[in-house]
Design a protein around this ligand. Structure first.
Ligand code: 9MR
Length: 350
């Protein structure tokens, strides 16, 4: 090895060691932090107990600038059967975000999938249902005021086939429109600076669902609900045709509101058409690249955050459904996959 190249390697090793990473001679230089390549926040979801694992915590702090709780800020964890709240895990995620200088994203206040006993058994002779919902929303939003940049206020309101809005405890008790008014107004009062979202999935794969979602957004804006942003979860699969994610983001951006690409993952098994993992992972990488490039092409003031739904494949909810799935940017050991490189390249090209 020439003196020059040896000096270069030593010098880059020293520079990295100074940043708290210590590669030895001959080890490849680590990939750049994703967040350093993006002018907008790059988010991931996390679970509180895993933050105690240094490898998991390092990956989160190195690459991401925004954290969403994967489930510990939902009613299913927070609301106890007796109606009391527990914030320990949400507080742990918030403390980690604060310590690492990251934003927190609040997920989620009203969700059809969460109908906790505390609400089902509410004694309405003592407390009205609407009052209890307002108390809950106010308690959550006020607690993380100043740290949470935004909230998913109503999650997944549109039915699977896009024909209508979902029935839930919230729509039955407060009315289909009432649930939005109550939750958004209480959230706005509790933190006027937080951006308040609706959020839904399969918008890129089901045109009828996207149309119904956009009708709902139009209606909420017309009725003066303080809706401040639009969430597009982007749970998809490697066979999704090219162009649909980009077209969906563009359509949603037509409202002029901030866009959160809020839960991206790309299943390599759900589409079921690909025989070969290498091809599935290449298609996956292309879809991640399409998504990040389309997001980066939105007007700057509409780029709320680009969020992936987990870091390592083994942490993904999809892995629990099918152990063969590999939907995320990092493999089981936390090593960057082709999908990671595609996102990094997409960010460099913007
Ligand atoms: O990934 C989440 C999983 O760990 C939870 O068990 C589940 C129920 O809380 O929610 C999953 O996340 C969902 C998100 O909150 C809303 N959009 C769909 C996500 C995947 O199911």
């Amino acid at each position: 090895m020439s003196g020059l190249s040896r000096r270069l390697i030593l010098a880059s090793g020293l520079a990295l060691a100074a940043c708290g990473r210590e590669p030895a001679l001959g080890q490849p230089i680590a990939e750049p932090p994703l967040k350093s390549l993006a002018p907008f926040p790059i988010g991931t979801c996390v679970r509180a107990p895993e933050l105690a694992d240094p490898a998991y915590a390092d990956l989160a702090a190195r690459h991401f600038s925004q954290l969403t709780a994967e489930w510990e800020m939902k009613m299913e964890y927070v609301v106890q059967p007796d109606g009391s709240f527990r914030f320990d895990r949400a507080d742990a995620i918030a403390a980690f975000a604060r310590q690492k200088g990251m934003r927190l994203f609040g997920h989620t206040l009203l969700w059809y999938a969460n109908e906790p006993e505390g609400f089902l058994k509410l004694d309405e002779s003592r407390q009205s249902f609407e009052g209890a919902v307002r108390n809950y929303v106010t308690a959550m939003v006020a607690r993380y005021r100043g740290l949470a940049s935004g909230w998913d206020v109503v999650n997944e309101p549109v039915t699977e086939n896009g024909e209508g809005l979902r029935e839930s405890l919230w729509s039955r008790k407060l009315g289909q429109t009432g649930q939005f008014k109550v939750a958004f107004e209480a959230a706005k009062a509790a933190d006027p600076a937080a951006v308040l979202f609706v959020n839904d999935y399969h918008l890129e794969s089901r045109p009828a669902k996207l149309r119904r979602y956009m009708q709902l957004i139009e209606q909420l804006l017309r009725e003066g609900v303080p809706l401040g942003g639009i969430g597009c979860q982007t749970h998809c699969w490697s066979e999704l045709p090219a162009g649909s994610i980009a077209a969906t983001l563009k359509a949603l951006a037509g409202f002029g509101l901030p866009i959160h690409l809020s839960e991206m993952d790309v299943s390599t098994v759900q589409g079921g058409m690909l025989a070969n993992r290498a091809e599935a992972e290449q298609r996956q990488a292309r879809l991640y690249a399409e998504a990040v490039e389309a997001f980066a092409a939105l007007p700057e003031r509409q780029q709320f955050a680009f969020t992936v739904w987990g870091m390592r494949d083994r942490d993904s909810w999809l892995k629990r459904e099918n152990a063969a799935d590999t939907p995320l940017l990092f493999d089981d050991l936390g090593r960057p996959k082709p999908a990671f490189a595609a996102v990094a390249d997409g960010l460099r090209r913007r």
